[in-house]
Design a protein around this ligand. Sequence first.
Ligand code: NAP
Length: 294
Amino acid sequence: MQIIDGKKTAQDIKKEIAAEVAAMVEAGQRPPHLAAILVGNDGGSETYVANKVKACEDCGFESSTLRFDDTITEDQLIAEIQRLNEDPNVDGFIVQLPLPKHINEERVIEAIDYHKDVDGFQPINVGRLSIGLPCFKSATPSGIIELLDRYGIETKGKHAVVIGRSNIVGKPIAMLLMQKAQPGDCTVTVCHSSTKNLKEICLQADIVIAALGRPEFVKEDMIKPGAVVIDVGTTRVPDASRPSGYRLCGDVDYANVAEKCSFITPVPGGVGPMTICSLMKNTLLARKGEVFNF
Ligand code: NAP
């Protein structure tokens, strides 16, 4: 069994990006600029945005965070998005989710210019992804593909089972794995909370992508010997032994599943670090303006 080290891979990729950015700056160009919109005071979102700011520093990017009170109206927020859409010094930006209840997230995401949608959530990017056109691929699925690629995992003709059908993980990773590409070219089954015989389906999988948000849901009796297991889940579970009072738990019962696998991602240190890394890659692509030129 080999552990897929997302933390190390993400560090390597950030170094590659930083070297490219240093060369750009050396050549007199401005570095990439990623902006983030943060509404309200959600603790998880604050941490996530702080991690993005740190990743921008590591890569030599400029970053800015636009903070708004949770009393901002939907129209005011959309006006801020328009400003970023038109700002020539901002290459890409993200709107940190979740937004307060009174704001329609779909309308907000749709307002983002898809050329700057480095999260890959805007419907134009989602549509382009689904038909295999160049686009900003959403960060977590893109990070998973990068891990499969960098670890030389053969995917062609394999049966991939994705547990979860969310718009940010399950659906886009299923799309990417089914495309005629390497990594890709899989036969994909997507499971969700209404799926019958989940265990039997998982037992047929050469590759399992667990993205359901249920701690340690995937047990060793659901895994075929030699399968590749990618654990996307990150749920905070209480842990009195930690100063924070919690630990991050994946969707896979790692201790028991690991010994049956050929490859497995740990939590933390697997898919998580790759997500921010993919965002950095997308921002560099946005700066270079090459994504939609074909
Ligand atoms: P989500 O929007 O809550 O979607 C969960 C999906 O899992 C849904 O499709 C749901 O089915 C399905 N599901 C729930 N319980 C199930 C069960 N018992 N059996 C089969 N399917 C079940 O979650 P998400 O946003 O995709 O996130 C999933 C997990 O990944 C979470 O732990 C999240 O924190 C984590 N995550 C991590 C990263 C990272 O960077 N590491 C990024 C994004 C998300 P229905 O559609 O039928 O409800």
